[in-house]
Write a protein that binds this ligand. Structure first.
Ligand SMILES: [Fe+2]
Ligand SMILES: [Fe+2]
Length: 515
């Protein structure tokens, strides 16, 4: 309960401790968190870092080798970089296996979670393997340069859709006296899911838009920090794509907001606030034009923080009065940045005011202080709700354990009227559900599940679609979805929610289920 109290005050009230949402910019090439590589967490993080590196380098090499022949010097640097990563991994465990199960990569049986930068490489490589029906590659001894060259060229020679590819691959390697690399065919699910994954279904599209937008907002912020011009038009295109998806099925992108990436906080946060805002705008019946404006405004709402020193933004302790005064200037600094954009034509007054207003609070008690106006703009009111909810449910440098979605909504309800527009808050709750998306719940069947999708009929807000947290023999999530409106032959509900649980107590990584 103590944590609950502390974070609520921090996010909603204007106390110096409330930094709202901080901006953390980390160079993409370095690991953002310092971990002790000998601790269990550290070992896992180190393996994840190396795994991401491996997939990225593998991807680059596959692309490059399609352009140049195997003797071309242009390849040398990439071969050497890949060799270094791969041998580091082989040395660690004696063997290195990279395997695809469903849509995921596993490195020596540990599932690899991709970084934002790694997304394109993961996507490309898994699609490349699947089209060629390759499921696993195992390196059993340290690799040499020539071996790697033969391996890559044997790999790209494979034709799409041939079931005998794994055998052909093996024979090709053997013709170069290479026997220490094993290649296994793709394991096809009984339901044939792997054959259909190539089709860009909505979920895949959602992931693509989500990660692309995070990458783009990162570029925009980095450019603004370096006083360079930023490309707002790309953000606009992405917002338009997201709107299509939100109109079609908002729950896909809403699910993505559960991927709370601590290391990429600002970028993730901006995109999440935009998703929540768009979903609210859709419910408010906004036109596509207004939705696009709202989406861009939400993406840029904290852009002013790019001018605040990093040590203030990342300070784990309470801010001093001066630091807090500086922090409170970020809405105004955001306005200044936006008005100085080269592509000012993409910006209109509604958007500028939205950025200015997003910490103003419903009763105007927030910041910046106003003298003339007596109401908060609609964009500002929408973004404020989205902003507070996302900030509260995300782990932060000064608060490692965030609120559960349910706790966050409870705090917001307690603070309604003062801080939030009550009607908009009602719409937001309708959006995330009585049991908000991402809540961990205990069912009457003693099963544990995660609220995966709210039921869109308001009558069934307390009967969401739930993903059962169950594991198969290998310990992987089964991902079985149940609909809490389902009844048995006697007309009784098959499942009902008994109570919500704290995912941290159960060591359940909710984000994993939404990726
Ligand atoms: Fe924010
Ligand atoms: Fe803000």
């Amino acid at each position: 309960m103590r944590i609950y109290q502390a974070a609520g005050d921090r996010n909603l009230l204007n106390e110096p401790a409330d930094k709202g949402d901080q901006m953390e910019i980390t160079p993409s090439s370095t690991p953002p968190k310092k971990v002790d590589p000998t601790s269990p967490d550290g070992v896992e993080a180190e393996l994840a870092r190396l795994g991401n590196n491996l997939v990225t380098k593998f991807h680059v090499l596959v692309r490059i080798s399609q352009i140049y022949d195997s003797k071309n010097v242009a390849l040398n640097q990439f071969i050497n970089e890949f060799l270094e990563t791969i041998n580091t991994l082989i040395k660690r465990n004696g063997v290195l296996s990279l395997k695809i199960i469903k849509d995921e990569f596993f490195l020596n049986d540990q599932r690899l979670r991709y970084s934002v930068e790694g997304f394109t490489s993961f996507k490309y490589l898994s699609s490349h393997w699947k089209k060629r029906l390759i499921g696993e590659v195992k390196f059993k001894t340290l690799m040499g340069e020539e071996m790697l060259r033969h391996f890559i060229y044997a790999f790209i020679k494979l034709e799409e859709g041939r079931e005998e590819n794994a055998d052909l691959f093996k024979k090709e390697l053997e013709s170069h006296q290479i026997t220490s690399i094993e290649v296994m065919p793709l394991e096809i699910d009984e339901d044939g899911e792997d054959f259909t994954l190539e089709m860009e279904d909505h979920r895949e599209l959602g992931k693509k838009i989500f990660f692309e937008t995070i990458g783009t907002i990162k570029d925009v912020i980095t450019n603004i920090k370096g006083n360079q011009s930023a490309d707002i038009r790309k953000l606009k295109r992405l917002a338009q794509k997201a709107i299509h998806l939100v109109i079609e099925d908002e729950s896909i992108l809403m699910g993505m907001t559960m991927i709370k990436n601590y290391d990429e906080y600002t970028f993730n946060h901006s995109v999440n606030v935009s998703i929540y805002s768009l979903a609210m705008g859709k419910r408010l019946g906004f036109s596509k034009k207004i939705l696009t404006e709202l989406g861009i405004t939400a993406l840029l709402h904290d852009i002013g923080k790019s001018k605040i020193p990093r040590d203030v933004l990342n300070k784990p302790a309470t801010l001093s009065t001066e630091e807090w005064e500086m922090m409170k200037k970020h809405p105004l600094m955001g306005v200044e940045i936006v008005l100085n954009l080269k592509q000012l034509g993409e910006i209109n007054p509604r958007m500028v005011v939205g950025i200015f207003d997003h910490h103003l609070m419903n009763d105007l008690s927030g910041y910046p202080r106003l003298f003339l106006r007596n109401e908060v703009s609609l964009f500002g009111r929408i973004i404020q709700i989205a902003d507070s909810y996302d900030a509260m449910t995300t782990p932060r440098i000064y608060k490692k354990i965030p609120y559960t979605p349910e706790q966050a909504l409870a705090v917001m309800l307690r603070e309604k009227t003062v801080h939030f527009d009550p009607l908009l808050l009602k719409i937001f709750i309708g959006l995330v559900g009585i049991y908000p998306l991402g809540s961990l719940v205990l069912l009457n069947t003693h099963e544990i599940g995660i609220v995966y999708k709210p039921n869109h009929d308001p009558k069934w807000l307390d009967h969401p679609i739930v993903l059962l947290v169950d594991r198969d023999a290998k310990g992987d999530a089964k991902k079985e979805l149940i609909d809490l409106t389902d009844t048995d032959s006697a007309g009784n509900y098959k499942w009902s929610i008994v109570k919500t649980l704290d995912p941290h107590k159960y060591h359940i990584d909710i984000a994993k289920y939404f990726l």
